[in-house]
Design a protein around this ligand. Structure first.
Ligand SMILES: Cc1cc2nc3c(=O)[nH]c(=O)nc-3n(C[C@H](O)[C@H](O)[C@H](O)COP(=O)(O)O)c2cc1C
Length: 337
């Protein structure tokens, strides 16, 4: 569908387009952008785009729902910044939408909301080495609070024993994935391109090649292209490693966790911090189970973030808003997302 964006929730077509553009700026695995929007006068529906599933990396669509949750967080923040109080229903009955947002009246946006709105286009996954400066306790408590405000939990992995065990898990999950032909083929299809596509991860977003002593950042998005080398520059020794967790399992928990992940990332951006993802242990079922035991306390790990003080990185491409619009509920080939 390529029709112009309709008016909705009392906003003009241009304002709705800006809100959807903000939503689509969310992060997603391999920049797959697995979301669609149905815009009606009284509501905006968020749907999964199941043609963009990553069957080898994310066969149960858990990370797809995290990404859609992140898009939803952006959408809510963009609406609030325009003075619309978003009234949210997750997994509404009788529809295939992941979420429906209606107008819940007028709201005067708080400064914090405007800061988060400004952070939406400024946030980028940063795979480069960070500076050695640590994330301070005050910054960390803001990140924890950001996750809590979305009914989720951010678990900082600070205990050295837990950190070592997590690192071993990351290495193991990475090896399991690289030994999987279908995973590698999917990675090649989506990443390491020359920048000509509107989706996928361009090679320029890959970050430098790793040296054996570097910890944590393992997935290679270079598509085999020569990568920037920083002679003598290792990755920072002590980044903040934090796990976004939900209190329960399932689709609803993943949508909450996706919104929490995005609020943490945007809050980090407002604090001048950078972040990247370490998703391998989440994506390999046996490692995910071990991660759950490692964290204990009845929480479910949804994604792992590396946070620190980074240098600027460029944005990755996004599909135009017109491509994200649907007129009717999508027919789902593979069941409910
Ligand atoms: C749930 C999830 C898991 C991700 N896992 C990884 C990962 O393991 N390694 C990585 O470098 N990037 C990972 N990413 C980041 C995406 O590649 C990135 O969001 C996408 O390329 C868009 O770029 P941007 O975040 O700069 O907008 C992940 C993103 C999401 C939402």
């Amino acid at each position: 569908m390529t029709s112009p964006v309709p008016a909705s929730l009392g906003l003009s077509p241009a304002e709705v387009a800006a809100v959807l553009e903000a939503a689509a700026t969310a992060p997603s695995v391999h920049n797959s952008q697995p979301w669609q929007f149905r815009v009606l006068p009284d509501r905006i529906e968020l749907h999964a785009d199941l043609t963009r599933r990553l069957l080898a990396t994310d066969p149960d669509d858990k990370e797809l729902r995290l990404a859609c949750g992140a898009a939803l967080a952006n959408l809510r923040i963009a609406l609030e910044a325009l003075g619309v109080r978003p009234l949210l229903t997750l997994l509404p009955r009788g529809t295939r939408a992941l979420a429906v947002v209606r107008r819940g009246g007028h709201v005067t946006p708080a400064d914090g909301v405007l800061d988060l709105r400004r952070a939406i286009p400024a946030r980028h996954t940063n795979r480069k080495p960070f500076l050695n400066d640590r994330v301070t306790p005050v910054e960390l408590s803001e990140l924890v609070h950001a996750a809590q405000s979305e009914r989720s939990w951010l678990h900082p992995v600070t205990d050295p024993v837990q950190r070592n065990r997590l690192h071993a898990l990351v290495v193991r999950a990475h090896q399991v994935q690289l030994a999987n032909v279908e995973f590698r083929a999917e990675l090649e299809r989506w990443t390491g391109h020359g920048g000509e596509r509107r989706d996928g991860v361009p090679a320029r977003a890959a970050g430098p090649a790793h040296e054996p002593q570097d910890q944590w950042v393992l997935r290679d998005f270079s598509g085999g292209r020569a990568r920037e080398r920083l002679p003598g520059k290792d990755f920072e020794p002590e980044p903040l490693i934090a796990v976004v967790c939900s209190y329960y399992e399932g689709r609803l928990a993943e949508l909450h966790a996706g919104q929490a992940m995005q609020r943490v990332l945007l809050t980090a951006t407002t604090l001048g911090l950078s972040a990247s993802f370490i998703a391998q242990p989440i994506e390999v079922p046996s490692c995910r189970e071990e991660l759950r035991r490692l964290l204990g306390a009845g929480v479910n790990a949804q994604t792992i973030l590396r946070v620190g003080h980074g240098s600027p990185v460029a944005s990755t491409p996004r599909r135009p808003v017109a491509e994200l619009l649907i007129d009717a509920e999508p027919v789902l080939p593979g069941g409910t997302p």
